[in-house]
Design a protein around this ligand. Sequence first.
Ligand code: MN
Length: 332
Amino acid sequence: MSTLEQDIRQAAALLADAKDVTLLGHVRPDADALGSALALARVLQQRGATVRVSFGAPDEVPETLQGLDVGGLLVRPAELPETEPLLVALDTPTLGRLGQLGARVAKVKAAGGEVLVVDHHSSNTFFGTHHVVDETAEATAVLVLRLIDALGAALDEPIARCLYAGLVTDTSGFRRATPSTHDMASRLLEAGVDPDRVVRQIVDDHPFAWLPMLATVLAGARLEPEAAQGFGLAHAVVRADVAATVRAEEVESVIDIVRSTRDAGVAVVLKDAGSGRLWQVSLRSAGKIDVSMAARALGGGGHRMAAGCTVEGSSDEALDLLRKALDEAPLI
Ligand code: MN
């Protein structure tokens, strides 16, 4: 039996006995973090456990993802109990990515509780007492389905929909897929998922204000053919006044457009996170440069093809730091 299979078995044994579980994902949850947490929470609830799902501040779950919480399992950090016998952290490589909820991990351990970490980031720091970590998994949702299978639990439509949301987004719409990705998708559709409806709700559902926002941001996009070790760098900046015209979902969509340009081996979008002096940065690779290492050099992390970090300074200073980190990043 592989180490991963052993880890899954041990984690399933832990979950099978659990009576009271808090499930967390990374701050600013995406569909994989939220879908993974809600799917596993629903399975545990159906087995009789008391469950709750929460995220650190800013704890607003994007509007487009709220439909995944069919059972009303989401609670604000302030509503969490003092501690819990079992804490599960999903899609979260480091304590820091739990935001203020990271402090619960030490608290649970000190009280003799268990902390299960389920994740697919190569940067995972193994901060729990039990770990199901596989960087070759396309999404954390893939690992959650393996846990559900190990528990012998059935997939209902809400569980399958949560897992599908994580799978379809973390593979960029099945662009990064293996035969097993499609096997999993097939099971989720069998369980009742309507793929068009899910993707429409979580990806293709923008207000009209999205278009003028894109027009402004993309008008300022630049291509630097020599940057990123000669593979080309395309970048765009979303300033606070422009971001204020739309939701976070629309701002997050910009990188998917910039990364589609043929001339760019790397795409970068800077999003104002503090009066033009602090930038949340999204990085995407077209397959030549490992952007997770560039992000990591700047205090962030992620995957080889998709990563993020936070950079201080003016947008020009932030871009300089990014150019340097990309020039020093390893090739894939
Ligand atoms: Mn993920």
